[in-house]
Design a protein. Structure first.
Length: 81
């Protein structure tokens, strides 16, 4: 059984990865006013602290927030050393 959910998965063998590691998209549901935002993903980039990145309908990053735990499963994410 893997200790990671589909939203914050990362390599299981501990090998080095170039660039960010993304899990499955977390879909953003529109409010009554609507939104241009489409999805967000948990991003674990070895050079930065873990974050949740928010994308708009054109799949352009529209914002991010640093996080310490996966918002879906609660697993503590690795912080930058």
């Amino acid at each position: 059984m893997t200790p990671y959910c589909n939203y914050c998965r990362q390599p299981r063998d501990g090998s080095s990865v170039k660039g960010p590691v993304f899990g499955r998209d977390i879909r953003i549901k529109p409010c009554a006013n609507g939104t241009e935002l489409k999805a967000m993903v948990v991003c674990q980039n070895p050079a930065e602290d873990p974050a949740i990145v928010i994308f708009d309908r054109t799949n352009t990053a529209a914002g991010y927030a640093d996080i310490h735990f996966c918002p879906m499963c609660g697993r503590k994410l690795m912080e930058r050393e």
